[in-house]
Design a protein around this ligand. Sequence first.
Ligand code: FE
Length: 204
Amino acid sequence: MPHDDPDHPHALLPPEPALRVKALETILTRKGLIDPAALDEITDTYQNRIGPQNGADVVARAWSDPGFRTALLRDADAVVTDLGYYGRQGEHIVVVENTPDIHNMVVCTLCSCYPWPLLGIPPAWYKSDAYRARAVREPRKVLADFGVTLPAATAVRVWDSTAEIRYLVLPMRPEGSEGMDVAQLARLVTRDSMIGTGLPGLAP
Ligand code: FE
């Protein structure tokens, strides 16, 4: 039976994805299968409460407080859980620190594993076949595509995320940021700088 057949059940749903979702939500709510308040809560969480601002806060604290930095590198799970940054896709987070000698970059070659509680939902490019294949094979070229050029003496280390381990890059604190507090520092930390495909920067 073709999908454009008016007798086919699919034809009863509106064509636009947003309307289809709404129709589905209405049906499930009427049947008592879902609670709209719970759905609103989930939407609010992913739109407003989880995102790169959480990771940026962690990085800014690590730049400001050597004790925090040491604890974060030793046991990131405990530290970020203490800050309330935990939830789905946040299992076992490992923080890897950039230095003048080593630049870290994160990929998931199998799929798109990513530390959601710290960075939010992964960008489309992170999930792309091109990034997943090239990050391992030619990381410096990928970095160049992102506008990142590293000194020749800096080695690039690529970390392959899995369902068990999600990596977060701790970028180097930018020059000129001396004297900034945690909130000011956090504004320098971009999402990409915590994936390793970008560098933090001073705000214009
Ligand atoms: Fe994955």
